[in-house]
Design a binder for this molecule. Structure first.
Ligand SMILES: Nc1ncnc2c1ncn2[C@@H]1O[C@H](COP(=O)(O)OP(=O)(O)OP(=O)(O)O)[C@@H](O)[C@H]1O
Length: 358
């Protein structure tokens, strides 16, 4: 559906300085994907996504959308192709002096549709986003979530195949964010709409995306299916994003900051266990005690459902002899559990925070 091939974008800040906003990124988005692009501010997410509709022309590389080489199109064909790529933004970009109806009708102004057809289309779009009652209202009379719904309706006016969302929920509270994400997911399913979402929140990705790319310093450092990235992240930055989204970071923070929780004896090992799918329900910890004489003390636990698959995390203190613990860890790994030993990391962090008990 979308193929970004070796895309680079360089801005000339001044005569001597170039900003390499995007560097050699290749990315393929399939029809029906909800593709998340996650990264911190300045990573190059917006610049990359704006190359899809050529709001930003790449300095190097090729952009193919629906089989068309976008950079080879003449102005007229490019205008037509852009109609099939809707876009929504963090601050909605509605026209304040026009009603909700007129905002949604705006992209149809020069279309071949009759007045009646335009009316039917706008009515249908407002109903699709749940705002039929607001047709005569003005943007200032709407909440942030409602404004974003209008922006979505407007972006869908030309029946696009792709919707680009640039931090579309960043200005919204968590509840409104969830309702907008639910709407996007519904549109993805109902209209088979391909969606590309830029965000700095892995939580957003977790809620609706089936694939994700992680960007840093203009490059994609990791990409793949949500399940693969959440269960087998390769880069520290990806791990940090995931820990935030799965509340594990908060769990670790609690363990560190409450001295009564983490009292490790000699040979005790603090582990972070990650489970996927079937292994989540297994009584593995009971087995550690029975078979290996290793006691497991759970400090924190969390289960998420990603793409209909349960994904769990446990912070677990293992107590026993070093040999027994090594065997227990191997047993867990043999049963599909990813085991990270984080004792040293946590103690160092605890010392940094001044909460260490020598
Ligand atoms: N038109 C421009 N001219 C010069 N530099 C730019 C331009 N647009 C973006 N940049 C620079 O390119 C880099 C990437 O910016 P970009 O907006 O793509 O990042 P981002 O990951 O989307 O961050 P944010 O979420 O803050 O927008 C930044 O260093 C930014 O300052």
């Amino acid at each position: 559906m979308i193929s970004l091939q070796d895309i680079s974008v360089t801005f000339k800040a001044d005569k001597n300085k170039a900003i390499h906003a995007v560097q050699h990124v290749s990315l393929d988005v399939d029809k029906g994907d909800v593709y998340g692009i996650v990264g911190y501010s300045g990573a190059g997410k917006s610049t990359l996504v704006r190359t899809i509709n050529l709001l930003q022309r790449p300095t190097e590389g090729k952009v193919i959308v629906s089989g068309k080489d976008m950079m080879a199109l003449n102005d007229k064909d490019l205008r037509e192709s852009r109609k099939k790529i809707g876009m929504i933004f963090q601050h909605f970009n509605l026209m304040r002096s026009r009603t909700i109806y007129d905002n949604v009708a705006f992209p149809l102004k020069n279309s071949s549709l009759s007045k009646k057809e335009i009316h039917d289309k706008v009515t249908e779009l407002l109903s699709l986003v749940g705002l039929s009652e607001k047709a005569k209202a003005y943007p200032s009379q709407l909440s942030g979530g409602q404004k974003q719904r209008v922006a979505i309706a407007r972006a869908l006016a030309n029946d696009p195949e792709v919707l680009l969302c640039d931090e579309a929920t960043s200005a919204l509270d968590p509840k409104t964010t969830s309702s907008i994400l639910a709407l996007l997911k519904e549109l993805n399913k109902r209209l088979n709409l391909t969606i590309v979402i830029i965000t700095h929140e892995m939580q957003v990705v977790k809620e609706i995306c089936n694939k994700v790319a992680v960007m840093e310093n203009g490059g994609v450092i990791e990409y793949g299916s949500i399940l693969d990235i959440f269960t087998k992240p390769q880069n520290q930055l990806t791990k940090d994003f995931i820990d935030t989204a799965t509340h594990v970071e908060h769990g670790i923070e609690t363990v560190i900051t409450h001295p009564t929780i983490l009292n490790l004896n000699e040979h005790d090992v603090l582990t972070k266990l990650s489970f996927v799918g079937g292994s989540t329900g297994e009584p593995l910890i009971a087995k550690l005690a029975n078979t290996f004489n290793v006691q497991g003390n759970i400090l924190f636990g969390n289960v998420e459902i990603l793409q209909d698959t349960p994904v769990g995390t446990l912070l677990l203190v293992l107590s026993g002899t070093p040999e027994a613990i090594a065997k227990a860890v191997r047993y867990l790994q043999d049963n599909g559990v990813t085991v990270e030993i984080i004792t040293d990391e946590i103690i160092a962090e605890k010392k940094n925070k001044g909460g260490a008990e020598e």
